[in-house]
Write a protein that binds this ligand. Structure first.
Ligand SMILES: Nc1ncnc2c1ncn2[C@@H]1O[C@H](COP(=O)(O)OP(=O)(O)OP(=O)(O)O)[C@@H](O)[C@H]1O
Ligand SMILES: [Mg+2]
Length: 476
């Protein structure tokens, strides 16, 4: 048997042609020894290869001599996925992890509490180096480990014998499910409200809101976007500003201002509009330029800070995820967003200005959390700083980016999300999309999935949606 990397044109071909048809059988794992789409707690693995038909106790901290395998799209840079794989290995105490996109093949190893690169080669070299690979993660090799004290998995999970089960069939029973995410809140399937905020402008808040909403909607979840920025860029990007004259502006009297101003009318279903930028469509509460001067009216009215909270409570069975886009400011609208959310994502290009701004974000969160205690809302859960508009220069990614991410964690105490959104023209072109009607040029903004579904940016936002859903307890 041999492997030809040119056969792998997308992620599912990497899974089927490299991992299922070539790697697993060559390494000695027959169909009863590996499992696809495995859910362990909130972690979802592409593949898990075992020496026997059993998975050692997940609560046992003894390292488990088995292999997690993660397949990526051939256009994806594996460097962006190492942290996630490392987290899987350290949390699950699994010794080996394979990460591959068909072109690049790597084996990572858990040594103590550290995850180290053990082996790397190109896809075209896999065939030549298969004996070396076997020597590290071959089934016979791993079976030699004495420490691997297994527990019969069949007793612990509803595990069909063959063929390899799907995720829905292999959900590990509560007895071995793991406490993997401290960000999960108590009711895992309730509506999750996520604000996208940074007080620095132009860091990708709107781009993140729009494309994350589209990625989540494509997974069959119901999404509501709320635009709380008077620039109304999200409203535009969602395809709701196709009018040409002020007279045609129907948003003027029906937007987020109505929701936050009136206590007992103008509820979310009355104001929400169906968007046209993505399919399946998501609902959007639009913003309007008038929010600028209307802010003064709201400031005088203290209760306006909590109207959104109350109105969201009324639609908690209608949506799975609410994404709130915010202004680059510490103003009232930013406050309203942070009061209403459960979670926060902070997009940042990680440049010095944006990083320094994180101090403001931190102080702002503290101020808002104090207010939240008065209304019996738990503190904001920061999902993390999202590296956004990141340069694609290879040297920068290797040398500078990890340092910048470390600064965020060490100096500002914010976690950094594992997904990175790189600077790519497709993302801005998708929002700037136009169509012609006769000689009229009409804005027709699209999500990246609707504009260029095979682009790397689409894959990055898919990855972001997976990470976010996992962290808020909504993953499959
Ligand atoms: N990853 C990216 N790659 C390329 N261009 C991007 C990316 N992210 C954002 N942009 C572009 O950068 C500009 C600012 O992005 P965006 O509007 O999303 O930022 P923002 O934080 O919402 O800004 P503001 O603070 O003004 O609301 C836009 O022109 C957008 O198209
Ligand atoms: Mg914006």
């Amino acid at each position: 048997m041999s492997f030809n990397p040119s056969l792998c044109r997308n992620e599912s071909e990497v899974e089927s042609k490299l991992i299922v048809q070539y790697l697993l059988p060559t390494l000695g794992y027959d169909a009863s020894k590996w499992h696809q789409e495995v859910a362990l707690g909130s972690i979802r693995l592409d593949f898990l290869a075992l020496t026997s038909q059993i998975f050692p106790s997940a609560t046992d901290s003894t390292p488990k001599v088995c292999v997690v395998m993660e397949a990526k799209h051939p256009k994806q840079n594996l460097d962006s996925h190492v942290r996630r794989l490392s987290r899987y290995l350290t949390r699950l105490r699994v010794v080996y992890g394979v990460l591959t996109n068909g072109k690049d093949f790597r084996i990572y190893e858990l040594v103590g509490d550290q995850v180290k690169l053990n082996f790397q080669c190109q896809g075209i070299e896999i065939d030549d180096k298969i004996e070396k690979i076997k020597d590290i993660i071959g089934r016979d090799k791993l079976a030699e480990f004495k420490n691997n004290k297994p527990i019969d998995l069949a007793n612990l999970v509803n595990l069909p014998q063959k063929p390899a089960p799907l995720i829905s069939e292999l959900i590990v029973s509560p007895s071995i499910s793991l406490q993997l995410s401290d960000t999960n809140i108590s009711n895992p399937k309730s509506m999750k409200t996520i604000a996208i905020y940074h007080n620095k402008g132009g860091v990708g808040k709107t781009t993140t809101t729009i494309n994350l909403a589209a990625a989540i909607s494509r997974k069959g979840l119901k999404v509501l976007i709320i635009d709380l920025d008077s620039q109304a860029n999200t409203t535009y990007a969602a395809g709701l500003m196709k009018f040409e004259t002020e007279e045609e502006d129907t948003l003027k009297d029906s937007n987020i201002y109505n929701v936050v101003f009136y206590p007992k009318s103008n509820y979310i279903p009355e104001i929400a509009l169906k968007s046209t930028f993505t399919y399946p469509p998501v609902d959007v509460i639009p913003a309007h330029i008038n929010l600028i001067w209307q802010e003064a009216r709201l400031v005088d009215k203290d209760s306006s800070k909590t109207h959104l909270v109350k109105k969201l409570e009324l639609v908690k069975d209608d949506y799975d995820v609410v994404l709130i886009d915010t202004p680059p400011s510490l103003n009232l609208y930013a406050k309203i967003a942070l009061i209403a959310c459960d979670y926060l994502i902070i997009p940042s290009d990680l440049k010095p200005f944006a990083n320094e701004g994180l101090r403001n974000v931190k102080n702002f969160i503290e101020e808002i959390d104090e207010f939240r205690t008065f209304i019996n809302k738990p503190a904001i859960k920061v999902l993390g700083v999202l590296p956004s508009k990141i340069l694609t220069n290879a040297n920068y990614i290797k040398a500078t980016l990890p340092k910048q991410e470390k600064v965020v964690e060490e100096r500002y105490g914010f976690p950094v999300l594992e997904t990175r959104i790189f600077q790519r023209e497709d993302l801005s072109r998708a929002i700037d999309n136009f169509v012609f009607e006769g000689d009229r040029q009409i804005p027709d903004p699209k999500s990246i999935f609707d504009f260029k579904p095979d682009s790397i940016s689409a894959a990055e936002f898919e990855e972001l949606a997976n990470e976010v859903l996992e962290k808020v307890g909504l993953s499959a």
